[in-house]
Design a protein around this ligand. Sequence first.
Ligand code: HEC
Length: 172
Amino acid sequence: MKWIGWVAVGVWALAAGSVFGETQAHAAYDEADNGEVAFPEGYECWNHVKSIVVLEGHKYYKYMGGFHHVYANDKALDALKQNKSFPKGAILVFELRGMLTEDDTIAEGPCKAVGVMEKDPDRFPETEGWGFEDFKMKGGVRKRAVTNARKQCLSCHKSQKDSDYVYSKYSH
Ligand code: HEC
């Protein structure tokens, strides 16, 4: 009955191969193994902080024209609520979407980009303890867009130094 054992091992190896293979593929793309900010999987179900529609004419229209939602994980929400600086592991997400106007209504369009701030002073000492990433979404494919976080992100966010580089306030 030895062969039954080998078949079982073979099946397990195949199954494990596909599962681990997939995990590794994702890891190679997203993972913080090289110090990068990981894609915040499932952020749509995190804590909703606020939503804003930025209309043409606003000074930041070029950067965030359209709909956006801000989400926080639990650590970030606690800090926001208590108005204190953010602990390691706090993550904030800025989801930018298109804007559809129809029949006197404004609806959100498809996701264009997912901006992320992750607090980890050990990994991101150069950028005030925050890791910044911008995942641009095009045709269902996402692409990292930050090559110089100081220039692309902190240039604006440094104006919020007094609130630990975060603009959003919790107002629910
Ligand atoms: C032109 C100025 C500007 C630049 C550049 C900018 N941001 Fe922001 N960011 C803002 C503003 C303003 C808000 C607050 C929006 C609101 O009130 O909903 C914000 C909000 C955020 C938030 C939600 C947390 C918070 O601070 O309220 C994240 C996450 C974020 N930005 C990530 C990024 C990343 C990543 C980059 C670089 C790719 C970046 N931002 C570049 C102006 C900027």
